[in-house]
Structure formats: structure tokens, C-alpha cells
Write a protein that binds this ligand. Structure first.
Ligand code: NAD
Ligand code: DAU
Length: 332
């Protein structure tokens, strides 16, 4: 795999993937990113110019996509509209990017017989009860709840259809909630860290009983690379690190690690249709491809993430006012 096209490579997970690839392999990377509100050129700062190129463009631009996919050995497709709360305010960009954009990439992968890896989410499976011992696995029926998760479910189904009908050489992965550096401050963990760093009170939706299954972004990306190299074509792999935690527990951990009283937060309006619990069974990926997460302690990973936001105020501070104004309009 000498030449990769990474869509969404200027966003949170994609930019960490590009760093991971540059550090761990010899591959060259072309990033295709529209630089929406969630994509930033500076997420790629410091990477060697002879290994990484950024092309600013839309994954739904068929002409551009055809040229870039035709020149790559493989496509790793991260680009998406990724935030549930935004999808409740305005679903259209989610349909355009997640569905039409994925369709456009698949057509090009089909025309050029290019290897394709589709990055998706555990949210396509809907949610689980808090007291249910079950976890999601590769054959769990799809049951998405939000405009975001339903658009990702649609994109997964397109990939599966292009494999079966047109022989596209694709794999899919569905991962749980990521945390780590370069995550947009609209998301739960960085929002609370930057609230505290900017003198605001952290905000918990509802009672905070909802459970998410946390994984460090580097563990996700190592799994994506493993699947790209050794995954069986046409297969789906679930990626998770046994990191189930309630939002309330994560909130208290952030406050504790930042030297604040554990009750120094506000309860705010809940998310409409809020999924209760996600939990991943990643035994197929572990048994078949030998992947295991390197981050053993969520608290250590969280502490390092807090330090990263402390050290990168110039990156997030200009966004903070606007992000909080948007939430305030929703009572959040
Ligand atoms: P992000 O919002 O941080 O980044 C998305 C990137 O895609 C941005 O750089 C944005 O500019 C780019 N983009 C958006 N629309 C585009 C378009 N039309 N053309 C080209 N580029 C476009 O998202 P993320 O959290 O890094 O998520 C990356 C992928 O991983 C998504 O597919 C998401 O569904 C999936 N995923 C995310 C998580 C998570 O916890 N964040 C978990 C599982 C799966
Ligand atoms: O499960 C994978 C998914 O994880 C990805 O597919 C999505 O792209 C990613 O955004 C993430 O979705 P969530 O909706 O779970 O993440 P978010 O960070 O928005 O919220 C995490 C939990 O925290 C959720 O239960 C809502 C809650 N929350 C969120 C915010 C922003 C709060 O309690 N307070 C907040 O301020």
C-alpha cells in the first residue's frame, strides 16, 4: 500500500490516521477534505510535505474524485458530517456528504478497481438497554436513530451493495466513541475540558446515565490499518476497546483530573431521541486479525487528552464562543 487517498484527513480521526500512517509506514498520503467547519489545515501541521498532500475538495465532486481514486492504491474513507446534534438542527449536509459522497467514491473505486476501506460507526445498530448484557456484533440488525446515524447506515449499505453487485474490493469497520487530540470542541469530552479551561461550567445532557464505549483514536486507527492490510474483502469488523462508561462517570473523571469538585457541572436539556447505550464486541477483529488496543487505562488517555487541550489553546479558543452560542440556543 504505497499510495493512500484519505478522505476527511483534516478532521479528528482522519488527521490522527495520517499522523499514524506517516509514523508507522512508508506510504504516501493524499488527503481529500472539503475543510468544512470540522476540517482544519493545521491538523496536518508538521507532517512532511514529501509524504502528505492536501487537496481541498468535496467527496461528492465526481470529476475530482475519479482522478484521485484512479491515482491511489487504496482509499480510506473517513470524510463525513459526524455530529448528532448538528444532524438534528439541519440534516441536509449529512445526506449530501455521508450518502451522496460515499456513492461518488464507490463509483470511482468500481471504475478503477481501487481497494476501499469504509470507516463507520456503532450507531448504525441503534442502542441497547442499560441493564442488557448484550453488545453489538457484526450481525446485529441495523436500527439507526438519528439523521447522522441513519445516513451512516445508508452509506454502509451502499458499500455492501457495491461489493456484491460490482465486485468492489471493500472492507468496512464500525467503531465506538473516540477520544484524543484534535477532536472538535463540539463533542462531549473536548467540550467539557475547554469549558473548564475557559471558566464555563461543564454541561451534561439529562441525567447523564447514557453509556458510551470509549476508545483512544490511535487504537481505532491501528485497527483501521490492520483491516486495510489483512481484512477479508467484503467483511465488516467492529472496533472497540471494552471502554463502557456513563456520561456522568466521564464528566466526574474530567472534573477530578482537572482539580475541580465532581459536582461542578450543569444538567442541561437532553438530546431528542438520545441513544441510551452503545457497547461493542470486537472479538472478530481480535481473533481474526490479532488487533488489541494499546491504551489500557481510560484515565491515563483522558489525562493526556486534557494536557493536549491545555497546550493547544490557540487551536480551540477561536471556536469556543460560537460553539457555545449554538448550544445555548438549544438550551444545552
Ligand atoms: P470530523 O467531523 O472531525 O471530521 C470529518 C472531516 O470530513 C472534516 O475534516 C471535514 O472537513 C471532512 N468533510 C466533511 N464533509 C466533506 C465532504 N463533502 N468532502 C470532503 N471532506 C468532507 O469527524 P471524525 O470524528 O473524525 O469522524 C471521521 C469518521 O469516523 C466519520 O466517518 C465518522 O462517522 C466515523 N466515526 C467517528 C467516531 C467518533 O467517535 N468521532 C466513531 C466511529 C466512527
Ligand atoms: O459511537 C460513535 C459516535 O460517537 C460517532 O459515530 C460520532 O461521530 C461521534 O460524534 C460520537 O457520537 P455521540 O453522539 O455519542 O458523541 P458526542 O460527543 O456528541 O456525545 C457523547 C455523549 O455525551 C452523548 O451521550 C451525548 C452526551 N453529551 C454530549 C455533549 C456535546 C453531553 O452530555 N453533553 C454535551 O455537552
Amino acid at each position: 500500500m504505497q499510495s493512500l487517498l484519505v478522505t476527511g484527513g483534516a478532521g479528528f480521526i482522519g488527521s490522527n490516521f495520517v499522523r499514524w500512517v506517516v509514523g508507522q509506514t512508508d506510504a504516501r498520503v493524499v488527503v481529500l477534505d472539503k475543510l468544512t467547519y470540522a476540517g482544519r489545515r493545521d491538523t496536518l501541521d508538521g507532517l512532511p510535505g514529501d509524504r502528505v498532500d492536501l487537496v481541498v475538495g468535496d467527496i461528492a465532486d465526481a470529476h475530482l474524485v475519479d482522478r484521485l481514486v484512479g491515482a491511489a492504491d487504496a482509499v480510506v474513507h473517513f470524510a463525513a458530517e459526524s455530529h448528532n446534534d448538528n444532524s438534528l438542527r439541519d440534516p441536509w449536509p449529512f445526506i449530501h456528504t455521508n450518502i451522496v459522497g460515499t456513492f461518488t467514491l464507490l463509483q470511482a473505486a468500481r471504475d478503477h478497481s481501487t481497494r476501499f476501506h469504509h470507516v463507520s460507526t456503532d450507531e448504525v445498530y441503534g442502542d441497547l438497554e442499560l441493564d442488557d448484557p448484550a453488545r453489538f456484533h457484526e450481525t446485529t440488525p441495523y436500527n439507526p436513530s438519528s439523521p447522522y446515524s441513519s445516513s451512516k447506515a445508508a452509506s454502509d449499505l451502499l458499500v455492501r451493495a457495491w461489493v456484491r453487485s460490482f465486485g468492489v474490493r471493500a472492507t468496512l469497520s464500525n467503531c465506538s466513541n473516540n477520544y484524543g487530540p484534535w477532536q472538535h470542541i463540539e463533542k462531549f469530552i473536548p467540550r467539557q475540558i475547554t469549558n473548564i479551561l475557559s471558566g464555563r461550567r461543564p454541561k451534561l445532557y439529562g441525567a447523564g446515565r447514557n453509556v458510551r464505549d470509549w476508545i483512544h483514536v490511535d487504537d481505532h486507527n491501528a485497527a483501521v490499518w490492520t483491516i486495510l492490510e489483512r481484512g477479508r474483502l467484503g467483511e465488516t469488523y467492529l472496533i472497540g476497546a471494552d471502554g463502557e462508561k456513563s456520561n456522568l462517570d466521564v464528566m466526574r473523571a474530567i472534573l477530578r483530573l482537572m482539580g475541580q469538585p465532581e459536582d461542578a457541572f450543569d444538567h442541561v436539556a437532553d438530546r431528542p431521541g438520545h441513544d441510551l447505550r452503545y457497547a461493542i464486541d470486537s472479538s472478530k477483529l481480535r481473533a481474526e486479525l490479532g488487533w488489541t488496543p494499546a491504551y489500557r487505562s481510560f484515565e491515563d488517555g483522558l489525562a493526556a487528552t486534557i494536557e493536549w487541550y491545555r497546550g493547544h489553546e490557540e487551536w480551540w479558543r477561536p471556536l469556543k464562543e460560537q460553539v457555545e452560542a449554538g448550544y445555548a440556543q438549544q438550551g444545552q
